[in-house]
Design a protein around this ligand. Structure first.
Ligand code: LRH
Ligand code: MN
Length: 386
């Protein structure tokens, strides 16, 4: 029982948004290994996302990336999603793949290039109007590779102007989520490198500008749950791009490299009673080697397991130990929850939800992958189009 909300109800009400691009081919600069059965268009990507929701019950929306998911009729795409039991979620802008953006997009020294980038951001808001999406997510690859290449404060001014113009275009129910990243593709200075920079821009913009924490975007050793707590305290935590990494922005399955970190993050969310208050819990991953749909199902289950453990933390005993300075007792309260096997609880929850307690087994038995492998022959497989 966490703050009066039965754990099962909290887990049953969890909402995890999957990423359309996770179902497409992806890789590294060395190689993209194409896989059989990969979708060829946004309609097929959404069918795969709906399959994840069918077997997990807690992934009812799918984030889109523009232009990777560009279609002629977004309202028709939204209907297609609805017919499959899911809805279109966060709209991700892309100002990181066009030749014009070599020296930056909204921070580019060339005003014409900045105009082009801003036009794309605003086009994404038009798409949100058509899809009914609440959130516009903005990640900028903008940065420099050598000291002196460009002026830091001048670029920040250009960025602030572009964000303000885009923010002004948002509808009343729409939000802007600003994502930061320490480095890559820029290797000397990134214009939005850390939570502080994203936070400062969001404060300057207004209430509907919030920060997104991509768990793969920090320097090694960063205490991410501290950033979570700080942004929660400031009312500026808009969402997460969940994934995990051993080294850099590896985009591996969330919880696969560091399940304890994911637990500590969800502990801060549960402690602040923010599990179902509008924070966007999104997956942002690339399944370069492993079967993609199954990997997304596993990722959703990893978030469920971390959340279930966080909901098991005895907050009263923890607070007492903290207030009395009982260091080991306080740590033990957290470790007891973390070391609890929550898989039986989640199996029961799935049965309560009318689902197979074993989502991966059920998915494999469904023959869905064999079906799409047979159907998706010909055409061009979806990818990052880079
Ligand atoms: C950048 C990022 C961003 C997306 C992209 C797919 O590394 O995390 O969120 O636009 O991955
Ligand atoms: Mn991301």
């Amino acid at each position: 029982m966490s703050d009066g909300v039965p754990i099962r109800a909290a887990l049953g009400g969890q909402r995890i948004e999957t990423a359309s691009w996770a179902y497409g081919n992806s890789g590294t600069r060395f190689k993209v290994f194409a896989q059989e059965g990969v979708p060829r268009d946004p309609y097929e990507k959404i069918a795969d996302a709906a399959t994840v929701h069918r077997f997990t019950g807690v992934a009812p929306s799918v984030a889109l990336h523009i232009p990777w998911d560009k279609v002629d009729d977004y309202a028709d795409l939204a209907r297609h999603a609805e017919n499959l039991g899911v809805r279109l979620g966060t709209i991700n802008a892309n100002v990181f793949q066009d030749d014009d953006y070599k020296l930056g997009s909204v921070t580019n020294p060339d005003p014409g290039v900045r105009r082009k980038a801003i036009a794309h951001l605003i086009e994404c808001v038009d798409i949100m109007d058509a899809t009914g999406s609440r959130d516009l997510k903005l990640w900028f690859s903008d940065g420099t590779n050598y000291p002196g290449q460009d002026d830091v404060r001048t670029r920040q001014g250009r960025l602030a102007d572009a964000l303000a113009e885009t923010y002004a275009r948002l509808g009343d129910q729409q939000r802007m989520l600003v994502e930061y990243k320490l480095f890559e593709p820029a290797f000397y200075m990134t214009d939005v490198p850390d939570w502080g920079t994203a936070y400062l821009h969001c404060v300057a913009l207004g209430d509907r500008a919030q920060v997104v924490i991509d768990t793969g975007h920090h320097a090694p050793g960063t205490n991410i749950e501290f950033i979570v707590a700080m942004l929660l305290r400031a009312g500026k935590l808009g969402g997460f791009d969940f994934n995990s990494r051993f080294y850099a922005d590896d985009d591996l399955m969330v919880g696969s490299a560091d399940p304890f970190q994911l637990f500590r993050i969800m502990h801060e969310i549960v402690l602040a009673d923010e599990l179902d208050k509008g924070i966007a819990f999104m997956l942002d991953q690339c399944h370069n080697l492993e079967p993609k749909i199954q990997a997304v199902i596993r990722s959703v289950m990893n978030v469920q397991e971390a959340t279930a453990k966080a909901l098991l933390v005895d907050h009263d005993t923890l607070a007492k130990a903290q207030e009395s300075g009982d260091v080991l007792e306080a740590n033990a309260v957290l470790m007891d929850a973390y070391n609890t096997d929550v898989r039986p609880l989640l199996r029961e929850l799935r049965e309560d939800m009318g689902l197979d307690p074993d989502p991966i087994g059920a998915y494999k038995r469904s023959g869905y992958f064999e079906k799409v492998k047979a159907e998706r022959v010909g055409g061009t497989q979806a990818g990052w189009g880079a």
